[in-house]
Design a protein around this ligand. Structure first.
Ligand code: URA
Length: 236
């Protein structure tokens, strides 16, 4: 681990790569969900008898030691989801990779570290958001999930969305976009730049962090998408 100065330099370099062109002194930019300035859907939540955390717990219990599809055979851990149960912002990826399978937590490998940096560049912390995947068990050799695997897992993802009730969902990559929009052909390049509706939330498609590791020049596009997310959350 480098010195504090090294870490600050590293962080500023990353922000420059993203194309962050300044740091706002607007107090709204620095508030987090849960702060009074943040316009949260607490009234809608209050109308519910069952708290989001409890609902998520119920969904996890329902999944249990899942054997509903073939992927259970190769997994070390079922990777459910992590973060704030009543988050305003939810990120949804494809499926666990090797690191996630070993640790039982989504987005903890290299792509996950990049996702965490993107979240932090938005002046949020990982614990402020909720992170999940379409598929809960690692496909062998990280192959693409198959249709029946998606069909089996999707109701649990939808139940997670309904429990958390985020205001904004960021769909990471084609696979998440296709699953959430129920459109098998939609390429991420076409989906990006528009805001969709998904289960009562605004859906913002963006590139998957694993793609950004291969194509770092697209980080600026992702930052544009994250700015859109921020402005939706701020009610602009
Ligand atoms: N890629 C994903 O889509 N999800 C993870 O959890 C990790 C990598």
């Amino acid at each position: 681990m480098g010195s504090d100065r090294d870490q600050i330099v590293e962080h500023l370099k990353f922000l420059a790569e993203l194309g962050v062109d300044g740091i706002s002194s607007d107090p709204l930019w620095r508030t987090r969900p849960g702060d009074s300035l943040w316009d949260s859907p607490s009234e809608a939540h209050a109308a519910d008898d069952i708290a989001p955390a409890e609902r998520l717990h119920g969904i996890r219990e329902d999944l249990g030691d899942c054997t509903r599809c073939r992927l259970h055979g190769g997994r070390s851990h079922l990777v459910f989801g992590v973060g704030r149960p009543d988050a305003d912002l939810m990120f949804i990826g494809e499926a666990p990779g090797r690191d996630e399978d070993l640790q039982g937590e989504p987005f903890v490998g290299r792509a996950g570290q990049l996702l965490t940096k993107i979240i932090e560049a938005m002046d949020l912390r990982r614990e402020d958001v909720y992170i999940a995947n379409v598929i809960k068990c690692r496909p062998p050799q990280n192959r693409n999930p198959e249709r029946d695997e998606v069909e089996t897992c999707r109701p649990f993802l939808f139940a997670q969305i309904d429990a958390v009730r985020p205001r904004v969902i960021v769909a990471l990559g084609s696979f998440a976009v296709r699953t959430l929009l129920d459109d098998d052909r939609m390429p991420i390049s076409r989906a990006r730049g528009r805001v969709y509706e998904c289960r009562g939330a605004r859906l913002v498609p963006t590139f998957h962090p694993a793609f950004l590791l291969r194509s770092p020049d697209r980080k600026r596009d992702v930052w544009e998408d994250m700015k859109r997310v921020r402005s939706i959350l701020r009610g602009d």
